[in-house]
Design a protein around this ligand. Sequence first.
Ligand SMILES: Cc1cc2nc3c(=O)[nH]c(=O)nc-3n(C[C@H](O)[C@H](O)[C@H](O)COP(=O)(O)OP(=O)(O)OC[C@H]3O[C@@H](n4cnc5c(N)ncnc54)[C@H](O)[C@@H]3O)c2cc1C
Length: 337
Amino acid sequence: MIIHQNYSLKKLNTFGIDVRASFYVRIDSIADLQKALEKDWELPLMILGGGSNMLLTHNLERVVLHICIKGIEQLKLAEDKVQLRVAAGENWHELVLYCLEKGYGGLENLSLIPGNVGTAPIQNIGAYGVELRDVFLGCQVVSIKEGSSEYMDKAACQFGYRDSVFKRELKGKVIITSIDIELTTRDHFIKTTYGDIASRLKEAGIEKPSISDVSEAVIAIRQAKLPDPAQIGNSGSFFKNPELPRDQFDRLQQRFPDIPHYPAPSGRIKVPAGWLIDQCGLKGFRRGDAGVHQKQALVLVNYGEANGKEILNLAKHVQEEVMIRFGIQLTPEVNIL
Ligand SMILES: Cc1cc2nc3c(=O)[nH]c(=O)nc-3n(C[C@H](O)[C@H](O)[C@H](O)COP(=O)(O)OP(=O)(O)OC[C@H]3O[C@@H](n4cnc5c(N)ncnc54)[C@H](O)[C@@H]3O)c2cc1C
């Protein structure tokens, strides 16, 4: 267990916000975690993974536990399926690459999502028509208060669109230490209908794509569309795509006949938040070093020296403009601290 006092988190969050934590504790094993939880810090704890889904708006008078536990274990190998247990501190995209190398299918559409494996269940990460819940079996969690360990199956996690029980009832109460997933070893379910995957593959002359082909297409699309946090600070999509009741959507469609939309599993109608922001003329909008990305209006960026409060004020401005024009309340996808 490595401990630092008054520690800068600038390099540990993808917005690149320079705030300090009273204590930073690097957790490399379950034993480290137990020790850290037993200690009387006299300050609240905060859990940190890859720092790619948080906006830090002030110095944290907290003990930041950075979950860096590594390991991939094969639990079961049947004829056409494999079950893996993956430790929370593994990098998500490296897991995807590991699975592709082994010929395991199921994660290819989730290529290049930043962050760690242990955080993936929290917002049920998703992209290009696939969500974590499609391959998820369960996860091991440790209670922050009691230090006890428990296995939670998929039903207990209550997954929804960018949502789970970890964002609600269990928020701040448990630490996910590993996840179990089930992948295919053959007869993979290739999903190319979402976004530009099919057209990318067609351009490349690929008729029967492999899981690696799908992953490469997803990576190319993401690299073309989304700013790389290593170049420009950001946290991906800042807001969730709103899901509207049918009658509200119908009224909106009368005013804006071109409004893009698609059905949500909830029976509601999902509208791209990026389109709403773009329609407000905010794409490329900038206040100091805080800005709305020039190519992707859903992404707020730090051009260099913006602080967390400046990014938060920009987010509020975007919410107000969308509310005035469309009567829709945008909800942040990013965790604001
Ligand atoms: C460029 C970019 C693109 C992105 N694209 C997508 C996308 O396509 N789809 C998508 O779903 N997301 C996307 N995201 C968001 C982000 O990648 C995911 O939310 C990811 O799961 C965050 O992981 P993290 O480890 O970085 O989380 P962190 O930012 O470290 O933590 C997020 C929250 O989880 C808590 N937490 C962290 N680890 C644990 C743990 N082990 N146990 C309990 N709580 C924990 C933290 O306290 C915090 O509240 C994108 C982000 C960026 C920067």
